[in-house]
Design a protein around this ligand. Structure first.
Ligand SMILES: *Cc1c(COP(=O)(O)O)cnc(C)c1O
Length: 390
């Protein structure tokens, strides 16, 4: 069955008491039992029924079931943000004395989580250029608990070779954890490329127009005990499970994901091509442009689709500020893959608390503006950019 069909027609795991056609929002903290034995069976995990909504809720489970059917994963857990998905995954894998191998090209909060928060608990971080396979091979060792990467880095747009990296680290029994937020999981199979655990900020494409924050841990079942640990330890002890109202919105967002993504990515491709014609723009960075250094690998890994994020470089930082201030249609906001087009100057915002040296080492340039392309008419987005550059 096609993924867009599954996203819409996935069945409830249990028939609703009133035969509701939409999954109801089960806004309840706890669940009642008929007798002591049934209660014990639920609490001890002998039957999979909800007992408390910190670890299971029917509305959230329906959203998880849809993602599981689409990705053919072994287990899917929905959390209350992308950062919750990433932090709970890394907390489940890491321990004192272990190391995480990753790149300096990371989402700002993920970088801080690994280099600051986890470091405080004695987890070592090893930063490596993930496009240099020899360096990757030399950096991992028997204490490496995982290699973490983003499938398309932001704002650099670097694309690592997932199959090649997984081949290297799997020989040493090291799992590959990938943040796939930038390309929807409906469009490519991360597991086929060697990814063991996929993490997603469903705040972005899935939520359906920035309705809510959410995160997904998509586990392909290659690591013994990982999902048990997420369910029996992380959800119970850290308490970051998704809430039912959010799951309702995200599930609805998922129903329209394929339809929205087709329009978003087509808008981004057309706009990237239009932007090449403007002399004030020194560089257009989009993997869908044929002369982009990561075009071929992105094309191969993600089945000819390149997402809806574009970065542009202007002459200097003042030009970036002036451009942002003059925008009339495009919104000055962070976030990605809203229905609205958004613009942000990453160096002074997302990476604003880093030092110049850190930003330079992360290839976050003062001349770069990040655009998240929305569903408006391409001509209207292009006109706004043109007038803001005058
Ligand atoms: C937004 C984002 C996150 C964090 O997700 P939240 O839902 O905001 O917590 C992590 N990784 C990437 C690549 C993102 O774009």
């Amino acid at each position: 069955m096609e993924k867009r069909t599954i996203a819409i027609d996935c069945k409830f795991s249990r028939r609703d008491a009133y035969d509701a056609l939409s999954m109801p929002i089960y806004h309840t903290a706890a669940y009642e039992f008929d007798n002591a034995a049934a209660m014990s069976d639920a609490f001890c995990g002998r039957v999979e029924v909800p007992d408390y909504s910190r670890v299971m809720n029917p509305t959230v489970k329906y959203f998880e079931d849809k993602v599981k059917a689409i990705t053919k994963a072994a287990n899917v857990v929905a959390l209350n943000s992308g950062m919750a998905a990433i932090s709970n995954t890394l907390l489940a894998l890491a321990s004192q004395g272990k190391n995480i191998v990753t790149s300096k090209h990371l989402f700002g909060n993920t970088y801080s989580l690994i280099t600051k928060s986890l470091a405080r608990f004695g987890v070592e971080v090893r930063l490596v250029d993930l496009t240099d396979l020899e360096a990757v091979e030399k950096t991992v060792d028997t204490n490496t608990c995982c290699l973490f990467l983003e499938i398309v880095t932001n704002p650099q747009m670097e694309v690592a070779d997932l199959q090649a990296i997984s081949n290297i680290i799997h020989k040493k029994n090291i799992p590959l954890v990938a943040d796939s937020t930038i390309i929807p999981f409906t469009r490519f199979s991360a597991h086929t490329l060697g990814v063991d655990i996929e993490v997603v900020s469903s705040t972005k494409y899935v939520s359906g127009g920035a309705t809510s924050l959410g995160g997904l841990i998509i586990d392909y079942g290659t690591l013994p005990e990982f999902s048990e640990r997420i369910k029996n330890e992380m959800l119970f002890n850290f308490g970051a499970y998704m809430t039912p109202h959010v799951a309702y919105m995200q599930s609805l967002g998922l129903e329209l994901l394929e339809t929205r993504y087709a329009a978003l990515s087509s808008n981004a491709q057309q706009l990237a091509e239009h932007l090449l014609t403007l002399s004030q723009i020194k560089r257009v960075n989009y993997n869908g442009l044929p002369d982009n250094p990561f075009h071929e690998i992105a094309k191969r890994q993600f089945n000819n689709t390149y997402g809806a994020m574009i970065t542009i470089d202007l002459a200097d930082e003042q030009s970036c500020y002036r451009f942002i201030d003059r925008l009339k249609l495009i919104r000055r906001a962070t976030n990605l893959f809203d229905n609205k087009t958004l613009a942000i100057h990453p160096a002074s915002t997302i990476f604003g608390s880093f030092t110049d040296d850190q930003r330079r080492s992360m290839d976050v340039l003062p001349t770069t503006i990040r655009l998240s392309i929305g569903l408006e008419a391409v001509e209207d987005i292009f006109d706004d950019i043109k007038q803001a550059l005058q």
